[in-house]
Design a protein. Sequence first.
Length: 319
Amino acid sequence: MFPKRLLALTLFTALAVMPTCVLHAQWVQTNGPSKSRENVLKVYGSNLFVGTSHGIFRSSDEGMNWMPSSIGLTDSNVLSIGNGGTRLFAGVAAPNGLFFSDDSGNTWTIDGPDLMYVNVCDFATLGMNQFFCGAGGEVYRSTDNGKNWAWASIGIPGMTIYSLAVSDSNLFAGTWGAGVFWSNDTSRSWKAVSMGSIDSNIWSIAISGTVLLVATEGGIFRSTSNGASWSPASFGLTNDNVHSIVVYGTDLFASTLGGGVYLSSDSGNTWINISNGLADSIVPSLLVSGKYLFAGTNSSGVWRRPLSDFGISSVAQTP
């Protein structure tokens, strides 16, 4: 626990070096889905997609306006969106599991029996031809852009997988209740990452260079040793229930379920709240695309804010 005087001094220093516009600029609500939970935001081609509790919506104008994009989708609770090659995928709640689109989201088809009766919560791509999804408490792999799936979960104890992340040839899976698992072999066997006493309920995993970050119910934790050891990385957060982390160049953004959105410009050592003007403090999803940061909220739709508000120039986003 930091002494109050030290906490105040550190936060004052962080505020002093933060661009003035961060403290005064505001978010803008986009014209799109509202009164639904915005579970996931995704860039695909020249379009943005948002998966919500009321289906999928698509934007072709930098996220300012959104149109329904759910033809063929028989389950409206969309938990994840990913792509394998030219095929777009939507993970939904059980019993339907997984849908795919071969026309950039215009129409959707259920994927088949392999991934039914599970919640498909995340996707990851490793190399040129390996595509993974977290389905319930298991991982599945495809080497043909999702046309066929094979079970690849040796060593994972069956706890719900909310997040997958790739670092070089390593694949990480974040589970709810069993922490993080790691794999680097072609047969996709898994080993538990030592988590020590940190929260084992993992919402999200992010990779920033050689740093592995996990978002949990109990804050953000960081490892520089591929998970061999961990340290807290939540200084400045006023809400520890962190749902997602987005890496953008040398900057990090984090969304919380009750505390809004935060920015770190020092690899997660300190965080500044950047939620001024955001109507909903529960933010399940974040995305950086083009010159904007997008926030998908629990019940107030999708909001956006220029990166220039934070003194950030457009750079290539970490996948």
